[in-house]
Design a protein around this ligand. Structure first.
Ligand SMILES: [Fe+2]
Ligand SMILES: [Fe+2]
Length: 308
């Protein structure tokens, strides 16, 4: 069990205090407090998965320090050569279509900026943890995360903050499942064995078994780590039946399409499902653009795999 300061969240104390304003809290507030208490407990018990991965703590420290320079960040990233190689790869993915290839880490850090380097490093470090936490399903988990990340980023304007955030959201969106496996792999295996098909059903089963679902758990953890609000919000709502904002809709669309890519569906079928989806009611992406962007996905996916 960890007593890391990352678990102290001022917002929680504030919301808890709402219940003390009147002697009989209304049921809705009580439910929120109960869920937060369960999330707190789960994250305290999550062990290393509830704490920012060691590989990125120095990057996080440098990125948050207003006195840091890009050179300091480059040095912190270079401490982990595998991570440095992935950041370089991401810088080239993010600027897909540019004539010049980004060939060194300094250029990559300069192009992406401090916040994106930090967020992408966290996403990559967490996704890589699946290899340690999960057994047979690690590869599938990582592939799904990378597909979702790549699909999200290619749908946005190349190199934009929205494209970078979509990549991070894709890598991290199912992190809650990873934490649940780490908490009790037998319990999660039983849940997986019995859950009916479909994300809504899965979320409901998790809700019953844990008091929250994997999306809530990931969002709570990432909020404490200081990931951008847009990323946290998209992850929290990625299985909502009707996404309302663009970042959430893009993650939901990427999540669905990633599953289809993994199952070997043809691009035409992936487009057919995407175009009529609730997510695309928010995004409004046309058939031609979907076709062009989905065709970029396999090569970008291969650029990030194997992922260990
Ligand atoms: Fe999910
Ligand atoms: Fe997913």
């Amino acid at each position: 069990m960890s007593s890391s300061p990352v678990f102290r969240k001022p917002g929680i104390a504030k919301r808890h205090s709402l219940t003390h304003r009147c002697s009989r809290p209304i049921p809705q507030e009580a439910a929120v407090v109960a869920t937060e208490t369960r999330l707190d407990a789960a994250l305290r018990e999550a062990g290393e998965l509830g704490i920012m991965p060691a590989a990125v703590t120095e990057i996080d420290r440098v990125a948050k320090d207003p006195r840091s320079s890009l050179k300091n960040l480059e040095t912190a990233v270079a401490l982990d050569p595998m991570l440095a190689a992935r950041i370089l790869k991401f810088a080239n993915t993010a600027h897909y279509g540019r004539r010049r290839t980004i060939t060194d880490l300094r250029q990559a850090v300069l192009t992406l900026g401090m916040r994106t380097v930090r967020d992408v490093a966290i996403g990559m470090a967490v996704a890589a943890r699946a290899n340690e936490v999960m057994d047979a399903k690690a590869e599938q988990f990582i592939q799904h995360s990378v597909y979702t990340a790549v699909i999200g980023t290619v749908m946005e304007v190349s190199g934009s903050q929205a494209a970078n955030d979509a990549f991070v959201s894709g890598l991290l969106h199912n992190m809650g499942g990873l934490i649940m496996v780490n908490l009790d792999s037998d319990k999660y295996a039983r849940l997986e064995a019995h859950h009916p098909k479909g994300n809504t059903a899965r979320c409901m089963m998790e809700q019953v078994a844990y008091g929250f679902n994997h999306a809530d758990l990931a969002a709570e953890c990432l909020d404490r780590w200081g990931l951008p609000g847009r990323v946290v919000h998209a992850i929290r709502h990625h299985h909502d039946p009707t996404p309302r904002d663009k970042a959430t809709a893009l993650l939901a669309l990427g999540d669905q399409a990633a599953q289809q890519f993994l199952e070997g569906d043809r691009i035409g079928e992936i487009i057919r499902v995407a175009i009529d989806s609730d997510a695309n009611r928010v995004l409004g992406i046309g058939k031609e653009k979907l076709n062009a962007r989905f065709r970029q996905v396999p090569s970008l996916f291969r650029a990030f795999m194997p992922f260990d």
